[in-house]
Design a protein around this ligand. Structure first.
Ligand code: FES
Ligand SMILES: [Fe+2]
Length: 357
């Protein structure tokens, strides 16, 4: 709030103060919000490690010496329509102003033994929060182009929602992702990381390793002299990649479609997904219109929503309409594929290249 007070015109600040940070997208345009994000980040960079040190010492039974990640991350996640509208600005800040798909943090140079500190400064709702994939705990999944590989089955996600002031701790090796914001509120959190033991990495590559402060040298402000040297660092020697693919049943004939079990999700050829809900089979387009996740690896809720596995966007199986109405699936039984179609598709089942966001 102090940064907003110092940098915004008084009338804008008063509106923000009145409406709350959850409504920041109604007060600031995308360019202004990007600037405020950068200003808040710069303001916190010096003070945040000292704050983390004091907070952790009070909250957890840590040893005298631990290690604090030097990166302070400020995250404003605006409702999806706003993200779409201001994407030229938001896209530059993956995971901060733009959605992050399912990932392990070590892919961004974070230590493999780091713990995330996720602090809610405003309300965090189930429709704009954080998703963890606890079924994958202990596994290291293969990486795709920008996040997890398309064919990985992520299991049942755990949705994190919070009241302002709540702090969530989770191990950075948990597969996790941002939920596509289909609420009318902006989610505002600040995150940090720490390790109890010396930071470990899969390989000795200082250029790709995040900086960590030695807690014993972090004072009220932070200088480079408090950083621990990057070499030699502990290396995680054994770091096997585990692929978690799930074979999706492919149902073709009308009889097979009608015989799906209640709640079952199956592929229907390379481009469609079939879902059985309340005694009816619904056929919808198979790849999420957001970023192309394979919905045959998604989940069906009891109220008939097919939930995308990557950013958990729900689609109504009866209509194909998403919780965010600008995202929708084609819906209806497609004509049975001809031999020509099959030859053209070559049996391929990869997602189309979607437009972002
Ligand atoms: S919600 Fe992002 S890919 Fe489906
Ligand atoms: Fe992350």
């Amino acid at each position: 709030m102090n940064v907003a007070r110092a940098t915004l015109p008084p009338s804008q600040f008063q509106r923000l103060d009145r409406e709350g940070f959850e409504k920041i997208h109604t007060v600031l345009a995308a360019t202004e919000l990007e600037k405020l994000y950068l200003d808040v980040r710069a303001d916190l960079a010096e003070r945040f490690p000292g704050f983390v040190k004091r907070m952790l010492r009070r909250a957890l039974p840590l040893p005298e010496r631990f290690f604090i990640n030097a990166n302070t991350v400020v995250r404003f996640m605006v409702p999806y329509e706003e993200l779409h509208r201001g994407y030229a600005h938001f896209r530059k800040h993956l995971g901060k102003l733009d959605l992050h798909g399912p990932h392990h943090d070590y892919w961004q140079g974070v230590a493999t033994n780091a713990i995330n500190i996720w602090m809610a400064l405003g309300r965090v709702l189930p429709g704009n929060g954080l998703a963890l994939y606890p079924d994958l705990w202990g596994k290291t999944l293969p990486r795709g182009a920008s996040h997890v590989r398309d064919d990985q089955h992520l299991g049942t996600p755990l949705v994190v929602s919070c009241e302002p002031g709540d702090v969530v701790f989770f191990h950075s090796h948990h597969m996790h992702s941002s939920i596509l914001n289909h609420t009318d509120e902006t989610r505002f959190v600040i995150t940090g990381r720490f390790t109890v033991d010396e930071p470990r990495h899969p390989r000795q590559d200082p250029a790709r390793q995040a900086d960590y402060f030695d807690s014993e040298r972090v004072g009220e402000t932070t200088g480079a002299e408090a950083l621990i040297p990057k070499t030699p660092l502990a290396v995680d020697a054994s770091f096997p990649i585990t692929s978690v693919t799930r074979r999706v049943r492919d149902v073709q004939s009308a009889d097979e479609l009608a015989a799906l079990a209640e709640g079952e999700i199956a592929a229907h050829g390379p481009r469609h997904v079939a879902v059985r809900h309340e005694g009816r089979t619904h056929v919808l387009s198979r790849f999420c219109p957001h970023q192309g996740a394979d919905l045959s690896l998604g989940r069906l809720t009891p109220d008939g929503m097919l939930v995308c596995p990557w950013h958990l966007h729900p689609f109504d199986v009866r209509t194909g309409v998403g919780a965010c109405p600008m995202l929708r699936l084609d819906c209806g039984v497609p004509p049975r594929p001809t031999e020509d179609d099959t030859a053209r598709d070559g049996g391929a089942s990869g997602p189309p290249t979607p437009e972002r966001p």
